[in-house]
Design a protein around this ligand. Structure first.
Ligand code: DX5
Ligand code: ZN
Length: 227
């Protein structure tokens, strides 16, 4: 089932509660929170205090995408703040297995993220541990960037691996998901569609979330389970 995951990165940060409520009315079912530290990526955003406030503003799951060095140092704080899903970058974790276990042990759903230049096959050994795999389809750090086309091959490869390994993790895509790319992304096998600029960029999150989700859901996904 395809779900829309609005990313607050492109929202009006002075009115987050209202922006999220509008995106939810438009069909968003998970809220994506981009956490950036100015080291792993060249930008700064928000951390656990904002997650704690968001927790009071919505009942939707909060999907925290950690674009930070040393993520293990902050996993407890995100759990305390009320995060539901936490994903860490393959490229930021020297001990990825340990990071995923920490997320799990704090009662949250663990995810792993790969940058555009990182092959999904590097994840094979830890795929049984994750709730979701996030394929970056732009270089992380900023909203509103252009979709990198070879990300589609990575989504297809991941869907194949999932089938071959008999696993059930969810496939999420992040970056440049908009009207002109959403059909290809769904056809390739992505189910969790993160979208920032396409939902919040024009200041009409309810309308634009609805339109994007409708476009996604009328695209037939190509079956990856052999059926
Ligand atoms: C980029 C972030 C994304 C960002 C996507 O580093 O991880 O979540 O919000 O933004 P759009 O949908 O505008 O490409
Ligand atoms: Zn993100």
């Amino acid at each position: 089932m395809v779900e829309l995951v609005p990313s607050i990165l492109s929202a009006d940060f002075a009115h987050l509660a209202g922006q999220i409520a509008a995106a939810e009315r438009g069909g968003g079912t998970v809220i994506h929170v981009d956490v950036m530290d100015g080291h792993f990526v060249p930008n700064l955003t928000v951390g656990p205090p904002v997650v704690a406030s968001l927790r009071k503003a919505t009942r939707l799951p909060l999907d925290c995408h950690l674009m930070i060095d040393n993520p293990n140092e902050f996993i407890a704080a995100f759990a305390e703040a009320g995060a539901n899903w936490v994903s860490v970058h393959y490229e930021a974790c020297t001990h990825l297995h340990r990071s995923l276990e920490m997320i799990l042990h704090h009662g949250m759903k663990p995810g792993v993220v790969v940058n555009p230049a990182t092959r999904v096959d590097l994840l094979i050994d830890i795929l049984p541990m994750v709730h979701h795999v996030l394929i970056m389809s732009v270089n992380p750090g900023f909203g509103g960037q252009e979709f990198i086309p070879f990300s589609l091959d990575k989504i297809r490869r991941l869907a194949t691996l999932r089938r071959e390994l008999g696993l059930a993790f969810r496939i999420e895509v992040d970056g440049g998901v908009a009207h002109d790319t959403v059909a290809q992304v769904v056809q390739a096998g992505a189910e969790l569609l993160v979208a920032g600029h396409a939902v919040f960029g024009a200041g009409e999150p309810e309308r634009d979330a609805r339109a994007l989700l409708e476009a996604a859901r009328k695209t037939p996904a190509i079956p990856t389970d052999g059926s």
